[in-house]
Design a protein around this ligand. Structure first.
Ligand SMILES: C[S@@+](CC[C@H](N)C(=O)[O-])C[C@H]1O[C@@H](n2cnc3c(N)ncnc32)[C@H](O)[C@@H]1O
Length: 272
C-alpha cells in the first residue's frame, strides 16, 4: 500500500517559510521597511483614547519599531504566529538597546485566523503592515479588527492588493502558464469593510515598482524573506523559461514588478 502524504495547509506552510528565513528578514525586506515607515508617519501623534495598542502580524517589528521611533513613549504589543520572527525582533532590539531603543517589548505568539486575543478588546490603536493578505479571510479579519477598537480608537493598515504584479500576470497570460502569485485581496472591498465601521481619514493605494534584469530576480526577494508561499503548484523549468520570455521589459531590457499597497487610516466614532 502506498501512503500519500498531503501538503500541510497553506497557513502552516506560510509560518514555516517565515520561520526558515527569520534571520534574513530585516536585511531583505526593503519594501516592507519603506511601507512601515510611511504608515508609522501617518499614525504618529494621533489623539488616542486609553486602551491596548498592537501591531498585528508584527513579524520582527518593522512597523512597531518605526512608530515607537516616530512617537517616543508609545509601546505596542507585537503579535504574530511566527515565533522565530518575534524572537528575531527581540534579539535585534536587545542588540540596539545601547543605541536608545528599549530592549524588551511585549509580544504574543498568536494566530490571527483565530480572531484577536481578549486582551485587545477596546483597543486604542491597532496597526498592521503586509500581514492581512496572509490570513484566510482578510475582509472578515479586518472587520474584527475595526470592531475591536474602543470609541475613538484608531486603525492603521497597509496591505498589498489585487492590482499588484500586473507584469507577472501579463507574462503568465502571454506564455500560457499559470500565474503562481499569492491571491491578494481587492482593495475596494477592504476599504468598504473599514468604511462601514470607521471614519476614514486616509484611503489611498500606492504603487511601488522594482526593476531587475529578470522576472526571477524580481521575485527572489519574496523568497528571501519567506514570503514566497502560495496555494499554486510551482512551475517547472520550461514554464519558467516561457514566463521569462514573455515578461514585459523597458527599452533598456530591464523588467519591472509592481505592488499596489492600500494604506488605510481611520477611527472608531465616539459614542454620543
Ligand atoms: C511579510 S511579513 C510582515 C511583517 C511586518 N508586519 C512587516 O511589515 O515587516 C508577514 C507577517 O504576517 C505573519 N502572519 C502570517 N499569517 C499569520 C497569522 N495567521 N497570524 C499571525 N500572523 C501571521 C507572518 O508570520 C509574518 O510575520
Amino acid at each position: 500500500m502506498v501512503l500519500l502524504r498531503s501538503a500541510p495547509p497553506l497557513a502552516d506552510r506560510v509560518r514555516q517559510a517565515f520561520s526558515r528565513r527569520a534571520r534574513h528578514y530585516n536585511a531583505a525586506a526593503s519594501l516592507q521597511r519603506t511601507v512601515a515607515w510611511r504608515l508609522a508617519h501617518h499614525c504618529r501623534n494621533l489623539p488616542l483614547p486609553t486602551g491596548p495598542m498592537a501591531d498585528l502580524g508584527a513579524g520582527s517589528g518593522l512597523l512597531s519599531n518605526a512608530l515607537e521611533q516616530q512617537q517616543p513613549g508609545l509601546e505596542l504589543l507585537r503579535l504574530d504566529a511566527c515565533a522565530a520572527l518575534l524572537e528575531e525582533g527581540a534579539r535585534r532590539r536587545t542588540e540596539a538597546s545601547a543605541a536608545a531603543t528599549p530592549a524588551a517589548a511585549p509580544q504574543l505568539l498568536w494566530d490571527l485566523n483565530d480572531g484577536l486575543p481578549d486582551g485587545l478588546d477596546s483597543a486604542a490603536l491597532l496597526v498592521s503592515s503586509f500581514a492581512l493578505h496572509w490570513l484566510e479571510d482578510p475582509c472578515a479579519s479586518l472587520d474584527q479588527w475595526c470592531a475591536a477598537l474602543a470609541p475613538g480608537g484608531w486603525l492603521g493598515l497597509a496591505v498589498p492588493t489585487a492590482g499588484s504584479f500586473p507584469q507577472w500576470r501579463q507574462a503568465a497570460a502571454a506564455a500560457g502558464v499559470p500565474c503562481t502569485a499569492l491571491s491578494l485581496p481587492e482593495g475596494d472591498r477592504l476599504q468598504a469593510v473599514a468604511a462601514q465601521r470607521l471614519e476614514l481619514h486616509l484611503a489611498t493605494t500606492l504603487r511601488f515598482s522594482q526593476r531587475g534584469h529578470s522576472g526571477r530576480a524580481l521575485l527572489r526577494p519574496m523568497g528571501a524573506i519567506g514570503a514566497g508561499s502560495t496555494a499554486a503548484a510551482p512551475l517547472g523549468v520550461g514554464a519558467w523559461r516561457r514566463l521569462e520570455a514573455h515578461w514585459p521589459h523597458d527599452s533598456d531590457g530591464h523588467r519591472r514588478l509592481s505592488w499596489d499597497v492600500l494604506l488605510l487610516l481611520g477611527h472608531q466614532p465616539q459614542r454620543s
